[in-house]
Design a protein. Sequence first.
Lengths: 244, 269
Amino acid sequence: MSIEVKNLIKAFGERRVIDDVSFKVEDGETLAIVGFSGSGKSTILKLICGLLTPDSGEIITSEGDIAMVFQYSALFDSLNVADNIAFALHERKELRRKYSEEEIKNIVAEKLELVGLKGIERKFPSELSGGMQKRVSFARAIVTEPNSILYDEPTAGLDPISSTLIEDYIVRLKDETHAASIVVTHQMSTITRTADKVIMLYNGKIVFHGTPQEMLEQNNEYTKQFVTASLEGPMQMLAENGEG
Amino acid sequence: MSSLRRYYKQSATYKIFSGLTVELYRFLETLGQIALKGFETAKYILKGQIDKSELIEQCRRFGITSLPITLSIVGMTSIIVASQVALEMVKQGGGNFVGLLMTILIVREVGVIMSGFAIISMIGSSLASEIATMRVTEQIDAIEVLKVNPVRYLFVPRVLSGIIMMPPVVVVASAIGVIAGAVTANLTSGLGYRAFFDSAWLGIYMKDLGVCLLKALFFGGTIALISCSCGYYAKGGAKGVGEATTKAVVWSFVAIVIWDMFFAIAFFF
């Protein structure tokens, strides 16, 4: 139930967005990937879950599903909450055979309860707040009992209290599922509250690898600049950031 | 040498040819994407991997919601044509051929092609923008991450509904067109309904009806496939959705005219 990335390289056109990146996330562990916009964080998630193919390198994941919580939830707006959560159970042949409609209904209710949204099955995504949409997307992600969960900026655009709630759910889901988790984030609170390990990317390369505590100690020029949000330092914003 | 190259790159000839090359590349790319998705969709249809509830929903959308606009356009086109020709033909002693002319025109061409245009503007644009929005809001990525094939989930019910629903829509629209033609001929030239329908039957053969239904089937599938494909490959945000929708409409218009030409050559040349 782990994710291992070895010497991963991905380029868009001439530009290497991911340049020889390696790391490992054990089961029950959460890794935070931080860095500037355009440093390749989201690209790593898309490579791991198979939405992009690497130019070279290896991604080793244990058998089973990889779930992803998207930055803007990516709920299906033509389906209600229950159908969103049950989407994979209805559409995947092996899961459709495995569960009856009654069982699917119970699974949906159970997952909704897990993310603290009991009784909203009939609502549509447009009727929910940003934080609620995010929690529904959590419920949809874990419905197939995944071995790994990827979060793409889970607290982006949320108020501080909703962010705290989401961070709590990330920790709770890790404890419940014991899955290997990767969280792409810019937010310090998300890093300190959810992550066991942190890697920092700059120009597609890992420039820091350590614990959240080590990151806050600011012994590294890159993390120091990131934590203090300083314009002075080794990391310079590129005019064209490209793929995030 | 390099200054010569720079000078050449600034010339109008270079700009025209490079522009044409880019357009040709984009044309071939779109054609390839549509063909690829067409093969994938056909594979799932032939394997019988069809979501029946989604198919019924798409058939309702394709057939029922498009009916008012389709009937209006075909009916009004018939009124325009009949009001232009009926009186003149009656004056020239050709009153007995008004029904025949109108029916051949509607069954062979107007009914199916105008229904096609109506469906492109109403259903094709809506399919393309719906799927393009799903693409730019990462909903299609979510489908893939959940290990559901987006072609099977999105393309198959939509393309199949186009194939199933276009022929009945065209039949109803053509019937309305013929009736509208008869009423208009009667009102503008005083031509009796009996005379109109007696001549109408003379010029219509089973082959005409068969070709009409076959064309409708091809048009329906083509419109749905092109619209879904243009939406699926959308890029960017709101601008990308707009571009995908425009592309779907333009390509569908051109495609059904090309199909129509092939059918005309194959069956009536």
